[in-house]
Design a protein. Structure first.
Length: 306
């Protein structure tokens, strides 16, 4: 049993170090137990996401199998998914939230052409807002009022991903920028526009990315209010991760949203100096419990129980 626990922890840290340099930096600020459990959760979410992104037959069926196994509590359907089911049970994750997360990955298997802001926020909730909620118990957060703010933090981070990865996503025939913001350009037309930086389509995409980053900042602001509910050390770590991620958006703006260029990265030095304010703010504790802005969830009926 102990060997399995060590293996899960090792898999988690390997996954987080390989795929998320930004989050890897912040996880070093957690205590050992929390860091291990969060790395294991990252491993689960990342592994399912990797299945979704594979260029292979049967990937949608794999996700459907996992969904059915969790929904029906029948873990014999697909033994190749046993490792992931074990992690799900080991962390005692909320069943409904996990199903919503997998639902978002399954939807990614169809043609992706987000329609409007409501469609965008629903997608971000499923693939990232859910993860924020799943992290709350692992962070030692005992007040469920925090969940609404955790959702917003996840949404902010996913919006940053979308703004950063427009070109990469178009190569996979995916368009997450709302069609209403760019005259319903297809992924193919985005690829064409990437070679014509003086074109109206290119500039329209720039504008849509700017709106996405503005929207992300609204959700980051709400997510930061939720730090009120976190224990001291968790607050510092999550604040650092938030700052690092939000800085990606700032760097996108600084290079004038030239979205066809290689994706933005944050150097170790930049991570260090950008997280110093987080370490300082972690010492401070607001005396007033925050009030969540309900308008942020007006398109998210899944959050009505939080």
């Amino acid at each position: 049993m102990q060997d399995k626990s060590k293996r899960r922890s090792r898999d988690g840290w390997e996954s987080i170090n390989l795929h998320s340099k930004s989050f890897s930096w912040a996880t070093k600020l957690f205590n050992k137990k929390q860091g291990s459990e969060i790395a294991i959760l990252y491993f689960l979410c990342r592994s399912l996401d990797d299945i979704a992104d594979k260029q292979s037959e049967g990937k949608k069926q794999k996700l459907l199998n996992f969904y059915e196994m969790v929904e029906n509590r029948d873990y014999s359907l697909d033994t190749s998914l046993t490792k992931f089911i074990e992690v799900y049970n080991y962390l005692d994750l909320d069943r409904t939230i996990v199903l919503q997360f997998v639902e978002g990955l399954i939807e990614d298997q169809e043609e992706v052409a987000v329609l409007d802001e409501e469609d965008l926020l629903n997608y971000c909730y499923k693939v990232a807002g859910t993860v924020g909620t799943l992290m709350c118990p692992l962070l030692g957060c005992k007040n469920t009022n925090a969940y609404r703010f955790a959702v917003d933090l996840g949404i902010g981070m996913q919006l940053t991903n979308i703004a950063r990865d427009v070109m990469e996503d178009s190569l996979l025939d995916r368009r997450y920028l709302p069609g209403q913001w760019l005259n319903h350009l297809t992924a193919k037309k985005i690829r064409v526009a990437s070679k014509k930086p003086e074109s109206n389509d290119y500039k329209m995409i720039q504008s849509a990315i700017g709106k996405t980053l503005d929207l992300a900042n609204q959700y980051y602001a709400s997510g930061r209010q939720g730090f009120y509910y976190l224990p001291f050390r968790s607050k510092i770590a999550v604040s650092a991760a938030t700052t690092i991620y939000q800085n990606i958006g700032d760097k996108i703006r600084k290079r004038k949203i030239n979205w066809e260029q290689p994706r933005v990265f944050t150097s170790s030095t930049n991570k260090f100096f950008s997280t110093l304010p987080s370490l300082i703010s972690g010492i401070k504790k607001s005396k007033v419990e925050p009030t969540h802005k309900n308008i942020l969830h007006q398109h998210l009926p899944q959050c009505s129980n939080y």
